[in-house]
Design a protein around this ligand. Structure first.
Ligand code: ASP
Length: 326
């Protein structure tokens, strides 16, 4: 029996992404193919990790633009197994940056507080002259071993972000992630973690827990929740097309719509009318904001349920998971 205080083993799970990407030229930072290099090779590229008690496992090898339920199921299955191992203190997941915040959110909902699950990534492929992946992986290991660490976090460019707040904000720069108004949890400086605020794990959502995990693992698809943006000159055509599709094809029934509203959750009148029709037909409508910063500040005039500060893509997942758990 391993004492919890002696649990030191780390598990690194690879899922692909740019961190595992390869380009024909070392100078090419955009024309590469993601998900080419095995996670074992990524670990070997970081000399500082040699000799650490590590288990390394390739769970998937995808460009995270194509992330979805099958990879989340494979990942969740392996994470659940490794979290149960008493000798394992933390897990690290290598992942593409494009949908990193979505996987972080799903894992946070599934596993919540507890042993750290640290996601990391890169903006440059492994074949780059100066890749950022090895440093990010090294930082992720430092975070995973830190005493403050708990729950699901993201490590990129020397910063540690919470799963609920993290969002990709830049298409190219190495420092591509931000935590909005909350700010990062910590930074990593020469392998030392410096916390900016308590790492209180995000409170478990209504869908959190082992029953959600069981349902996710058994699902053939997530309940269909679509994301629509309100904008100048918007109309209700997309919403009505979704309703019509559901009426003619039972497998395509839309169960929820997240609307990325303008500003503080305002929605173009023509779109709002169609969303009212959707609600009248039993479709859940949730309101987020398309603004990069801030959240929808609740007030009595809000026409639809607000996303409780979640970004549109996370609000979409929150609703899909809630419907899955119902
Ligand atoms: N398309 C890549 C991915 O998300 C981008 C990256 O990892 O930076 O897998």
């Amino acid at each position: 029996m391993v004492d919890a205080n002696q649990a030191r083993r780390l598990v690194i799970l690879g899922t692909g992404g740019t961190i595992a990407g390869r380009a024909a030229q070392a100078s090419d930072h955009v024309g590469y193919v993601a998900g080419q290099v095995g996670v074992g090779e990524l670990v070997q590229a970081v000399p500082a990790l040699a000799g650490l008690p590590l288990d390394v496992e390739q769970v998937a090898q995808v460009d995270s633009k194509d992330m979805g339920l099958p990879v989340w199921q494979a990942l969740a299955r392996r994470i659940a197994v490794h979290l149960e191992r008493p000798e394992v203190s933390a897990l690290i997941v290598t992942h593409g940056t494009d949908t990193l915040e979505e996987t972080a959110f799903v894992l946070q909902q599934l596993f919540g507080p507890g042993k750290p699950v640290v996601l990391t990534c890169a903006m440059r492929p492994a074949s780059a002259l100066v890749p950022d992946g090895p440093q990010n992986l090294s930082d992720a290991v430092a975070v995973a071993r830190h005493t403050d660490a708990c729950g699901v976090v993201v490590v990129c460019a020397g910063q540690v972000h919470g799963a609920l707040e993290v969002v990709k904000v830049h298409t190219y720069q190495l420092d591509a992630f931000d935590s909005g108004d909350a700010g990062p949890l910590a930074c990593v400086e020469d392998g030392q973690v410096r916390s900016f605020r308590p790492w209180s794990p995000a409170p478990a959502g209504p869908t959190h827990g082992t029953s959600l995990l069981a349902r996710l693992l058994a699902a053939s698809a997530l309940p269909r929740v679509e994301l629509i943006t309100s904008h100048a000159d918007a109309g209700g055509g997309l919403v009505r097309a979704l309703l019509a599709q559901g009426a003619s094809d039972a497998d395509r029934v839309v169960r929820g719509i997240v609307v990325a509203g303008t500003g503080n959750g305002t929605v173009h009148q023509a779109l709002a009318e169609a969303l009212d029709e959707a609600e009248a037909r039993g479709v859940r409508v949730v309101l987020a904001s398309r603004c990069a910063r801030g959240r929808v500040v609740p007030h009595p005039g809000l026409r639809f349920a607000d996303s409780a500060g979640l970004s549109p893509v996370k609000a979409r997942l929150a609703l899909a998971l809630e419907l899955l758990a119902a």
